[in-house]
Design a protein around this ligand. Structure first.
Ligand code: AMP
Length: 471
């Protein structure tokens, strides 16, 4: 069947994963800290699996539920006292109806003939639907829509009782973007896809332990020392013998998602040796050179665009002002005001500071435009607060193609830039001008060779073509 460029029906994820082994450390407690540090990567659900490790395999303890880390783990004291040498954690960014379903919270715990498996992942298997169909035809029953459950089924079907061998055997069947962390209660195993689309790093923890996490900011939160990134296609095994590594998939270079630098990752994280905040400031500087604006002040959209806005202001020689204030206390369950209310200026999340923008020509720097909902709101808000002119500057190229690898970019028809020129977009958003950073400028700002970054959402050319989806 030909699917065109429509988004696949199964759910996709851009989550945060972590997990490690450390004898004598309160590993469950530390994993909760790591999840707090990764909370920006997903707010739908959180979970931690803990086990004592060793050959006895005394059973895996698990808690997972919908909600923020603080909601799912309100009692840190309980985690602190939980015995264990190993843990796996997950925060979930789910979208669509199924994405919000609590049964899809991870890690998933499955019991099979060789024992237990707790599995968490970040990413999206391009051939997930095909693999699922194949297993269902053979009688498999799936409880969730997650790729983690799919992986557990594939592992369980391998004859080998050793999880490491079973994973190595099924790994070549997995296509797409993924960082898996799983445990059988005896060891923790991490696996990164052969393109390295999703980030995964390795650190030393305590005297002889090791820890894996999507972002290095999680290591800072638990006092772990960064060692290196997990190599694309590499499997790492953490247990009482220390750290082992196996290249189980042929490495295809690194194609880390460019959006990690633009928007996803936390500014205090480093990816491929580049600090995210510094990369964003450079995006802003280049944006100011490519698209200068005749204006009085520059402001960023909190929190993700502040670094780029400060770089823009610095390069342009304009004052950076905090003209937009974000309310940080609005929870997940907040119900958006209706469209009519929004048009009348009802907004709890963001507010423009009238005394700063009144009568001014304002540059708003935002990191990206996807559907355009945010930009439309920002321009309207600025004008209502009395701005004389509003110039939008975007510190990334126009997003023209949806992502197959797990990032929440909708069907390309819903992407504002997929069928409009920048001038048409400025008109649509009622902005006095708009300027997007070029792809070449974006890559230069990040400072890595172009081939090391996945740029598909800006080019429509995908590093891996799959099934009915054409590249
Ligand atoms: P939109 O309002 O649809 O144009 O989305 C763009 C805004 O959402 C920007 O302000 C970004 O900071 C943020 N953003 C960009 N990409 C994503 C994403 N994949 N998921 C959630 N928010 C995003």
């Amino acid at each position: 069947m030909h699917h065109g460029v429509a988004r696949p029906a199964e759910i996709k994820e851009a989550c945060g994963v972590c997990g490690g082994w450390a004898e004598g450390s309160p590993i469950a407690y530390l994993t909760c800290f790591a999840l707090y540090a990764l909370q920006h990567r997903g707010q739908e659900s959180a979970g931690i699996a803990v086990a004592r490790g060793g050959e006895t395999g005394s059973g895996i303890w698990l808690r997972r539920d919908s909600g923020l880390v603080a909601e799912v783990f309100p009692d840190l004291g309980e985690l602190r006292n939980r015995p264990g040498s190993l843990a796996v954690g997950h925060v979930r960014y789910g979208y669509g109806r199924e994405g919000k379903d609590p049964e899809n919270a991870q890690p998933l715990l499955l019991r099979y003939r060789h024992g237990e498996l707790a599995v968490a992942h970040n990413g999206h298997l391009l051939n997930g639907a095909a693999l699922r169909e194949e297993l269902e035809e053979q009688g498999a029953i799936f409880q969730t829509g997650t790729d983690s459950e799919l992986l557990a089924h594939l592992i369980a079907r391998q004859g080998d009782a050793a999880v490491e061998e079973a994973l190595a055997a099924v790994a070549p069947r997995l296509q797409g973007a993924f960082a898996f962390i799983l445990t059988d209660g005896r060891k923790v195993v991490g696996l990164r896809d052969r393109h390295g689309f999703r980030p995964l790093s390795l650190a030393a923890l305590g005297d002889s332990g090791f820890y894996l996490a999507s972002e290095t900011c999680a290591f800072d939160a638990i006092g772990a020392g960064f060692i290196r990134e997990v190599v694309p296609g590499e499997m790492v095994i953490l247990d009482d013998a220390g750290l082992r590594s196996r290249q189980v998939l042929e490495r295809a270079g690194t194609s880390l998602c460019l959006f990690e630098y633009i928007y996803f990752a936390r500014p205090d994280s480093n990816l491929q040796g580049r600090n995210v905040h510094l990369a964003r400031r450079e995006l802003g500087r280049r944006l100011a050179r490519e698209h200068p604006a005749d204006a009085d002040i520059v402001t960023g959209v909190p929190d993700s665009s502040i670094a780029a806005a400060s770089g823009f202001a610095e390069q342009a020689g304009l004052p950076y002002e905090m003209a937009l204030v974000k309310n940080r206390y609005i929870g997940r369950t907040f119900i958006q005001p209706t469209r009519r209310m929004r048009e009348e200026g009802v907004d709890l999340k963001l507010n423009a500071v009238q005394k700063i923008v009144e009568g001014k020509r304002v540059v708003i720097v935002d990191d990206s435009i996807v559907r355009g909902t945010t930009s439309l709101k920002l321009v309207r808000m600025m004008r209502r607060a009395g701005a004389r002119e509003v110039h939008l500057r975007i510190s990334s190229p126009p997003v023209i193609a949806s992502c197959y690898y797990g990032i929440d970019t909708p069907d390309s028809r819903e992407l504002l830039a997929s069928s409009r020129t920048p001038a048409e977009i400025a008109g649509f958003l009622h902005a006095d001008s708009i300027g997007y950073l070029s792809l070449a400028g974006t890559i230069k700002a990040v400072g890595l060779p172009e081939a090391q970054l996945c740029r598909a959402c800006f080019t429509g050319r995908y590093p891996v073509a799959c099934g009915g989806h054409h590249a």
